[in-house]
Design a binder for this molecule. Structure first.
Ligand SMILES: *Cc1c(COP(=O)(O)O)cnc(C)c1O
Length: 460
């Protein structure tokens, strides 16, 4: 890792929101009441909240001003036309369909395309994408390059889809069973790792041969474009807007959660070329989300998204954003704290099984680390490991744990300063020094689906 300094924020602060440090005793009580599950902790009792980068961005003065220009007409609000023009300029597809967030975009797209028995390849499906494929009776298949699963392999585009795996998969299942291929940029579930233009081009060639449409899960397209500018030969001099336009030119459409790279707290959209499919999706949209020019959002929300999409492509912002996340990664690396490398676009991932080698997998080292981090420093992170992703073997009933036991420190956009991140790094460095004191956990109560949200635990 290069010797990065704390990046200078390309903004100054006009409004502040107080955050309050709790006492250690208070945090101990809160943990007990929360059943040792950080999802059950009131946000006001968290000092630095790194649970997610989704919907947690700080809007700019320009976006807040935009809210006041919200046109709340039922149909044809002027803010829709602003959003439509902005999305078309970046994504270059014919139709723009707003939705209330990313998963609604996924549901509506898949209702239009995916049938029972189908397969949908992706580099790695995000959880909601996978769930929306599988609820249709289809299978979500992850075809990312093998390097993605090794936390020590340095690769500039660790989010790439494996083209050979894709070719073989299409040969095996037949193109008729594959209604679309998706690429997630950046690859959230694989550590926020970028995908290269070269890879997108190659995937598109394979898709075209078999007449399969390629769609992007575009939540972090601007962060992905910035990585391309920095890492891919031939793109150094292009603007991130030009890079994004080129990426999207190799596909037929995209779904987007505006809660990420549109720098807003709620919203999403589908954008695509196919006229017939667009008609079908719009008739689905009116059933559940709303009329085609608002899709479950207020006019003011549409305006904030349009303005956010313009701001996210400002390159001084992206430089600061990517470097801020890398800076936290570097501070942790220097303190010897084990992290997944290279650092991705929106989060630093701790390797919890290496951090806490004395805690066996069935005592949930990742979960234990999230509990310890809150107890020590009032910081909230999220486990992406045995509690979230273990499944039971159908025959033996034994728990099978995922390959990686991670804790994600997601960085909200434009919210925390470098001093906040230094505080986080110091807390983790101290915790690492005293790691033998951290104890494993036992499950007291769990639900059948998505157990991490409601699980109750007890320390051993
Ligand atoms: C957040 C996210 C989604 C889902 O979007 P929501 O707005 O949370 O519904 C889909 N895909 C990826 C890659 C995401 O990060």
């Amino acid at each position: 890792m290069s010797n990065l300094k704390a990046p200078v924020e390309p903004f100054r602060i006009k409004t502040v929101e107080r955050i309050k440090m709790t006492g250690r005793r208070e945090r101990e009580n809160i943990l007990q009441k929360a059943g040792y599950n950080v999802f059950n902790i009131p946000a006001e009792k968290v000092f630095i909240d790194l649970l997610t980068d989704s919907g947690t961005a700080a809007m700019s003065d320009n976006q807040w001003a935009g809210l006041m220009t919200g046109d709340e007409s039922y149909a044809g609000a002027k803010n829709f036309f602003h959003l439509e023009a902005t999305v078309k300029n970046i994504f270059c597809f014919k139709h723009v369909i707003p939705t209330h967030q990313g998963r609604a975009a996924e549901r509506i797209l898949f209702e239009g395309l995916v049938k029972k028995g189908d397969f949908v390849p992706n580099n790695i499906h995000f959880d909601t994408t996978r769930a929306n494929v599988e609820v249709r009776g289809a299978r979500a298949v992850d075809l990312v390059i093998d390097e993605a699963y090794d936390p020590d392999t340095i690769h500039p585009f660790k989010g790439n889809l494996d083209v050979d795996k894709l070719k073989k998969f299409i040969e095996k299942k037949g193109p008729k069973k594959i209604p679309l291929v998706m690429m997630t940029i950046t690859n959230n579930s694989g550590g926020g790792q970028p995908v290269s233009v070269k890879n997108v081009k190659e995937v598109n060639q394979v898709c075209q041969q078999h007449k399969i449409p390629l769609f992007f899960d575009a939540c972090r397209f601007a962060e992905n474009a910035y990585f391309i500018k920095k890492r891919e030969k031939g793109f150094e001099k292009k603007s991130v807007l030009e890079i994004a336009q080129e990426i999207f030119s190799y596909g037929q459409g995209a779904t987007m959660s505006a809660k990420k790279d549109a720098l807003v707290n709620i919203g999403g959209f589908i954008t695509l070329d196919d006229d017939q499919l667009a008609e079908k999706l719009k008739s689905q949209l009116v059933l559940s989300e709303g009329f085609t020019t608002y899709g479950g959002l207020a006019g003011r929300d549409l305006e904030a998204i349009a303005r956010g999409l313009e701001e996210v492509l400002e390159e001084d912002y992206l430089e600061y954003r990517i470097n801020q996340v890398a800076y936290l990664g570097q501070l942790l690396d220097e303190a010897g704290v084990p992290i997944l490398r290279p650092v991705g676009g929106h989060a630093v991932y701790l390797l919890a099984d290496r951090f806490l080698p004395h805690i066996p997998r069935h005592q949930f080292p990742g979960w234990a680390l999230t509990v310890a981090l809150y107890r020590e420093a009032g910081i909230r992170a999220v486990e992406i490991g045995g509690v979230m992703f273990a499944h039971k073997d159908e025959k033996t009933g034994q728990e099978i744990f995922p390959a990686l036991e991670l804790v994600r420190l997601a960085i909200p956009r434009r919210v925390y300063t470098s001093a906040h991140l230094e505080y986080v790094a110091e807390a983790l460095a101290n915790l690492y020094k005293n790691r033998e004191r951290v104890r494993g956990l036992r499950i007291v109560r769990e639900s059948q689906y998505l157990r991490h949200f409601t699980i109750r635990m007890e320390e051993l």
